[in-house]
Design a protein around this ligand. Structure first.
Ligand SMILES: [Zn+2]
Length: 276
């Protein structure tokens, strides 16, 4: 193993947090420089969204460490579906196929966040942002941070994902996620062509439209092919896209951060079979 790769793997949590910080600040600066008419409007929202980093960080760091320890364990124990595939040691399988499998499972996770009522309570906080920019990326309820990392741990155990592919996949996911939330929605031919393979801001902005069925479209994370394959793809023109959720028209108030944190508990939760 090269020294650089060894350092990256040994300090994966720290490196990923640093990469996330640098990339998000870079995109934010670029957005403000190129779209300066929006800056004033964005500032208040960004401050609220940034507060979510503080509440999510301890959960993210703790669960990332568990996930990475498990990725090492599955590799040493030869645990997971990977080891049932003939020639599993080939880089095409343990990196290429595993990357695609983890992306598909991330699609499954996002579908679950929208369709399992208990999960949607937490995920809707991300969707209640009334505009979309880089800061929306970090607008995640700590409850969703816990559920998301729980799913990732389950996927690692199911697939037998190694630490190397986990770090590679999470790095690609971080970059894709931040880019998909930027305001750089370009209706160009290049962007449309890119959208056949990857999730672009054009594709993800449609997912943030306030009304169904668009809110339940474009679940993809890095690859856009899953939505096309499973019939959940939609394309909405920028002029027709209204961000937020029609069920939560206003998220304003004296303390929008605390209001957003309380949102999942607005109505008491009861199991489906007890509802009338
Ligand atoms: Zn969503």
């Amino acid at each position: 193993m090269s020294t650089a790769l060894g350092f990256l793997l040994n300090h994966a949590t720290m490196v990923q947090a640093a990469l996330f910080g640098i990339f998000i600040v870079g995109c934010w600066t670029l957005e403000n420089a190129l779209l300066d008419a929006e800056v004033r409007r964005k500032k208040g929202r960004a401050r609220v969204n940034a507060l979510f980093v503080l509440s999510a960080l301890p959960i993210q760091v703790g669960m990332t460490a568990i996930c990475m320890a498990l990725a090492i364990w599955v590799t040493t124990q030869h645990w997971g579906l990977l080891y049932f595939i003939p020639g599993y040691d080939s880089p095409w399988i343990k990196y290429g196929l595993m990357f695609i499998a983890l992306d598909l499972l991330d699609y499954v996770f996002h579908v679950a966040m929208h369709h399992v009522p208990l999960f949607w309570r937490f995920h809707l906080v991300h969707h209640t942002d009334q505009a979309i920019d880089v800061s929306t990326t970090v607008r995640e309820h700590p409850g969703e941070t816990f559920i998301r990392n729980g799913f990732l741990i389950a996927w690692v155990l199911l697939c037998g994902a190694s630490l190397e592919i986990l770090v590679l996949r999470q790095t690609a996911e971080t970059v894709a996620n931040i880019l998909a939330h930027t305001s750089f929605r370009l209706e160009t031919r290049v962007m449309r062509m890119l959208g056949w393979l990857l999730v672009t801001p054009n594709i993800h902005h449609t997912h943030h439209h306030s009304r169904l069925p668009y809110t339940n479209r474009n679940y993809g994370d890095v690859l856009s092919v899953w939505d096309r394959l499973f019939g959940t793809f939609a394309d909405l023109a920028p002029a027709d896209t209204v961000f937020g959720l029609d069920t939560h028209a206003s998220t304003e108030g004296d303390d929008p951060y605390m209001r957003a944190l309380a949102m999942p508990f607005d109505e008491p939760w009861r199991p489906t079979f007890l509802r009338r």
